[in-house]
Design a binder for this molecule. Sequence first.
Ligand code: NOJ
Ligand code: NOJ
Length: 473
Amino acid sequence: MRFLRSLLLCSGLIAAASSRVLKSRQSTTVSTWVTAEEPLARAALFRNIGSKGEFAKNVDAGAVIASPSTSSPDYFYQWTRDSSMVFKVLLNSYINGNSSLNTLLREFATESDKLQRTSNPSGGYQGAGIGEPKFLVNGTPFTGSWGRPQNDGPAIRATVLIKFANMLLDAGETSYVTSLLYDSLYPSNSVIKNDLEYVANYWQANGFDLWEEVAGQHFFNYMVQQRALVEGAELATRLGDTGAATWYTTQATAIKAALPNFWSSSKGYLLSTLNTGRDGLDCGTLLGALHGNGARGFGIYPASSDEVLVTLQKLVDVMNPLYPINAQSGAPGIAIGRYSSDVYDGVGTSTAHPWFICTFTVAEVLYTAINQFAARGSIIVSSRSLSFYQKFYSSATATTYAAGSTAYANIVTGMKNYADTFIATGQAHAATNGSLSEQFGRSDGLQKGARDLTWSYASFLTTKWARDGATAY
Ligand code: NOJ
Ligand code: NOJ
């Protein structure tokens, strides 16, 4: 009894303390906070890149540590997915004028080549081994049991390196590109072509999802694979590898034709995995809409599509009642986790928490949708998306609203304010020095799991850029 009373007292104190924190943080507007956080996130991201990063000194050049945390949890490894997400951000900064990143991007290409050639538990070079998800920081294989293979990483890596290769070709650096990046040989000795061959040959095989837990066919994977193959076919054409271009295009077309299988008409949202035992609502689906389309779009499930926006809202609706911090007075918005039945607490399995990546990703999808409306000059409301848009403009009907109309302006303002509440939620749980871990406590809001998660910083940066109107990657 006394124990219970002190427990209640104690949790009351925690609640009071964290709502004070929430209030003081809220005095900084989202705009002010994202501006201050950008250089901090950039610096934090660089600390995790080998070999010059402060936390990655004895790490291969061009390797990205997922986090400096070496125990509880041990994230001192390089994951193809995380590294590629991080280098996507660096490539974007390079495009925007930071020429010193050229060396770093080449180091990433060299390290990728080394990892591909390393026989590992998934298999060997020029074959199944390309699907190995995780390596030691010196490039040697991780041999413990793991959810392998994971076939999203090679696709995301290819997307990053294809864009880099095109820039180098524009600059006349053909021999570097054709020796290391894309050689038109089969079997290939080059990084991009090995990734593309892997994706083209293995996309139909079961692989683990981006959360490394379930084997099957995943929306996120299909989206990033389709994009890699379309862009890969264009690079192959540019370099005269016409047979490969045809093969990649055929496979991309097949993936595109299979993507609608993820739409569940009975549930009214996109499933993250086919034939899943879960509810299928997953932050990975939103990541797929972003990373499978980028700035350009491939005509299927962009952020602004009805299917993605209604899935986003359903995910928010299941996350809202799940975490006590969402009901806390002064909470600036709704914290989002990976999926509702998640039990990974960042160290082991108990109850899962919201993630910075997922909370920011909801905002990023909303901002990206707004940017896509602006590029198109209209918002198309259909019966499927009507209830989504009515949240922001109650008199919306299923019609097309042109830019400049009152309805368009109301929807855009409402969506932007809504997106900002997700940023504000991340803001409330970020450290004052800008640090972002993997998760933040469902009840106490405190950072949990791997500290300084490199992908959390990458996710913040692309979200911030989308808020600024850029279609960043
Ligand atoms: C570690 C994985 O990286 C994570 O995604 C997973 O949820 C946990 N193991 C629990 O299986
Ligand atoms: C666990 C996450 O589920 C997975 O997506 C990530 O690759 C690893 N942690 C490393 O950050």
